[in-house]
Design a protein around this ligand. Structure first.
Ligand code: FPP
Length: 241
């Protein structure tokens, strides 16, 4: 399997650097998260224009609960506001919304909003926007392993049925193609418990700009970098095959 496409079918983004963007301007961290929403809107539009099929964004990790309560409350409120203000327009432009992450322990009203957005947009085909919220990849893999273990224990499936494909089908991302390109803004070069299983063969592009400064041009440059890479998926170079 080789990728010949210059446009990733699935791009995933770790939107990092909101706090540092704000600090550099003498503003509170919340101002950085607010500016991050504008950058997110631009990234969604750009992804649709580029012809990307899936855009997954890391909006709140399971580890983000350890931030000060005021910041956590602000991020939860931003998600509510984003859903309230943007879903109609996203729907009108053909965006299908999916939410991945652990819904247990989330406020019921947030879960309902997320489910309503998924339902409203489920027939849209222009772009799949996958919002990772209360998401942690190790936890997701653990949930999937537990579900399979329960099926083995109850005799529903045999131990031999526990395969990478079957486990893949138990993840929150079941049915979605794996990310081809993972972008992280803000200069840090790590994956931070994001799509660990799914990114097995993703190309990583790290950009120095803070997330609120992310633009369609920076996105296009990351895609150009992706297109210049030779993807071998564990195989050999094309000419040696
Ligand atoms: C990382 O920046 C960003 C986050 C933890 C949250 C990302 C959220 C948004 C872009 C807006 C919210 C989006 C939705 C859909 C609700 P950081 O705070 O870790 O920045 P730092 O590394 O500079 O401190």
């Amino acid at each position: 399997m080789r990728s010949t496409s210059t446009i990733p079918r699935h791009a995933a983004i770790i939107m990092d650097g909101n706090g540092r963007w704000a600090a550099a301007r003498g503003l509170p961290r919340s101002a950085g998260h607010k500016a991050g929403i504008d950058a997110l809107r631009a990234a969604v539009r750009a992804a649709a224009d580029f012809g990307i099929e899936y855009l997954t964004i890391y909006s709140f990790s399971t580890e983000n609960w350890s931030r000060p309560k005021t910041e956590v409350m602000f991020l939860l409120e931003l998600l509510r506001r984003f859903i309230r203000q943007d879903v109609a327009e996203l729907h009108a432009s053909g965006v299908r919304i999916h939410v991945i992450g652990d819904r247990e322990g989330l406020d019921r009203s947030i879960v309902t909003m997320l489910e309503d957005a998924e339902k409203l947009t489920r027939d849209n085909t222009k772009l799949n926007l996958v919002v990772a919220f209360n998401y942690g990849s190790r936890q997701e893999i653990t949930r999937a392993a537990r579900a399979m273990a329960a099926d083995v224990a109850s005799g529903k499936i045999a131990l031999a049925d526990v395969t990478p494909e079957a486990l893949d089908g138990q993840l929150d991302t079941a049915g979605m193609p794996p990310p081809d390109l993972l972008i992280r803004t803000g200069g840090e070069q790590r994956i931070s418990n994001f799509l660990l299983w799914q990114c097995a063969y993703a190309e990583f592009v790290f950009v120095p700009e803070f997330w609120p400064d992310f633009t369609a041009d920076i996105f296009a440059r990351a895609i150009a970098e992706y297109a210049s890479r030779e993807r071998r998926f564990g195989g050999l170079k094309a000419q040696s095959a």
